[in-house]
Design a protein around this ligand. Structure first.
Ligand code: FE2
Length: 334
């Protein structure tokens, strides 16, 4: 069985082809939209997808020698994400499914980050820490769905790092040689700034106060490197703390770090230490699959399709705020 997955929820148009026998991943094509300045512009990104998306689909099929008729199902991210971007992937997937008379499988982007992590780690039932530009969540499977056991009360960790870097004049580019601009700067920090706030409320974290206080510290003349070091230490420690609480609460024995921010070595090290102290197995998705890609959509599509989850093309609406705890997960069982 072969499934083609399309991802287009933010800056990456990804096409993945996977099958249920080894080797599982047979195509992985990505076209990344890079804004010339500032953050992501949804309209510009969607225009980039309109021109690059069809090429990516063609490359994935031709590169793997699979004809569109050999694809058993077409899977697509329907949310959450940026409307104009999601719409491009959804339109192309609907067209493919309708034209080739194949099933269309709806995929939730957050669930896909978890499923690629479960596949790569071999974990059955982990506590998942999902960290990306737009998401900061502690998630675990309970009674048929992934449930949220903690999240950010305001901005996401990735958004926090990006905004801080941009406002401090350190970005774009946000990532230099695989490292975030804040981390590059933080590595040269020496002094911990006590005035920056550490905010954890119950199972949740909050980063907007830390962002404001960090920028204020820069304004009043604090060394940028010290601000970056302190902000990183606080931001990362807070998420590790709520993850540890999630482990205690759920009793899970595996800890899985997924999403683009999972690429940070500093953050991985912090999680690794915490997991070891609790006797919990730990796995962080490698950077290549931690960022958005089509393979994770194809994988999740394969799982969903095998459990009969399909949607008629005319009803495959995008959902910009589709929460992962609204998605039935029939493929995880105890
Ligand atoms: Fe993502």
């Amino acid at each position: 069985m072969i499934v083609l997955g399309i991802e287009s929820s933010a800056h990456t148009f990804g096409v993945g082809l996977v099958r249920d026998e080894s080797p599982h991943i047979i195509a992985d094509v990505r076209k990344k939209y890079v804004p010339s300045r500032g953050g992501i512009h949804p309209k510009e990104a969607s225009q980039f997808f309109i021109s690059e998306g069809p090429k990516a689909i063609k490359e994935a099929l031709e590169g793997s020698g699979v004809s569109p008729m050999e694809v058993d199902a077409y899977a697509v991210t329907l949310g959450p994400g940026l409307g104009p971007c999601l719409r491009v992937g959804a339109t192309l997937a609907r067209g493919l499914a309708a034209y080739f008379e194949k099933p269309l499988v709806p995929v939730n982007h957050a669930v896909a980050h978890i499923e690629i992590g479960r596949y790569l780690s071999g974990f059955k039932d982990p506590l998942v820490v999902y960290l990306s530009g737009g998401n900061t969540m502690i998630v675990a499977y309970e009674e048929g769905r992934y449930r949220v056991f903690g999240e950010t009360l305001d901005i996401a960790l990735g958004n926090f790092l990006d905004t801080l870097a941009r406002e401090m004049g350190l970005a774009p580019p946000y990532i230099v040689n695989g490292k975030h601009a804040i981390e590059v700067c933080a590595d040269k920090g020496v002094k911990f700034l006590k005035e920056l706030p550490y905010v954890v409320k119950g199972q949740d974290v909050s980063y907007s106060g830390l962002l404001t206080a960090s920028l204020k510290a820069v304004k009043r003349g604090a060394r940028k490197e010290d601000v970056c070091m302190t902000a990183r230490e606080i931001a990362f420690s807070a998420i590790v703390e709520v993850a540890e609480r999630g482990l205690a609460h759920t009793g899970k024995k595996e800890l899985l770090l997924v999403g683009g921010v999972a690429a940070s070595q500093t953050l991985r090290d912090k999680f690794r230490v915490m997991a070891a102290e609790r006797g919990v197995e730990f796995y962080a998705v490698p950077p290549k699959y931690a960022v958005d890609n089509g393979v994770m959509i194809a994988f999740t599509g394969l799982l969903a399709f095998k459990h009969g989850i399909v949607v008629p093309p005319e009803k495959a609406y995008i959902r910009q705020r589709w929460r992962l705890d609204e998605v039935d997960i029939p493929w995880v069982s105890h």
